[in-house]
Design a protein around this ligand. Sequence first.
Ligand code: ACO
Length: 310
Amino acid sequence: EEQAGQDRFNQIIAEDSRIEPRDWMPEAYRKTLTRQMSQHAHSEIIGMQPEANWITRAPSLKRKAILMAKVQDEAGHGLYLYSGTETLGTPRDELNDQLMTGKAKYSSIFNYPARSWADMGAIGWLVDGAAIANQVPLCRASYGPYGRAMVRICKEESFHQRQGFEILLELSNGTPAQKKMAQDAVNRFYAPSLMMFGPPDSDSPNSGQSTAWKIKRFSNDELRQRFVGMIVEQIKILGLTLPDPDLRFDAETGTWLHMDLDWVEFKAVIAGNGPCNAQRLQRRRDAHNEGAWVREAAAAYAAKMARKTE
Ligand code: ACO
């Protein structure tokens, strides 16, 4: 039976069709998807923090409403992805525990501070922009629930990116001090947003198998270069510059080449030693504890309703 399952799995992957939760799948496929999808969910949840930090200081009622909606979207993405991950067999409590105890990874980018209002622009434009570049191909991931989740998430991320771009555009066309603030935000978020795509292909242990299983469709470096090609045009409209002295178009390969990134810094950040890791996890644990009464009330209510229908 195991052999029949494996044959069927291989066939579905070869046909570029989809694996669904009840299908047989190799344990390693289940494991790597649980890893990637839960890391992704954690990133959405932790990613609420840098922006939530600016909700009370947004410069107008309109900006505040937009930012609140965006942060709520991120919460929705997280919950959606936790549900998707649960279809692989790991309960949400366990996933949540892995995050709060620091065992699980989440995206490096959310360990950098959001220092100014312009950072809301840079995060929307660069961070959500990188997220889209990485996630659009994931809409075709071989695991059904993940691919379908990505379709909706990418639509919302596109709106997020536009609102970030628009914040930067307005600041860039504002006073010299505002323009400087926008440039400073781009300067700080450029390299960390390129690192979101993961380590270079030569140092990406999961890529080979994930590509063979059609979870990944493009390599980390390919997507990173594609993203640079997108923003290199958009920065001109913003009237700002990318802080990259080595940026150039390579006619031979048809790709944009960027500066070397600091992979020592990247490794330190994902090992838990970035500028805000401790603060982000502490905030998550506090929020979880502060929400205990809501979970207890919801469980008590569910139990009461179950008794009523007996
Ligand atoms: N931040 C934190 N950890 C990272 C990052 C990053 N930017 N990039 C890679 N890693 C981790 C990997 O998770 C892996 O760790 P693990 O083996 O302990 O799980 C290790 O570094 C080696 O990397 P790869 O072998 O290249 O890992 P993988 O094949 O999973 O590729 C990638 C990494 C591209 C991030 C992939 O997991 C992915 O596409 N994930 C879905 C997208 C996502 O999570 N986005 C979150 C940020 S976007 C947002 O939330 C708005």
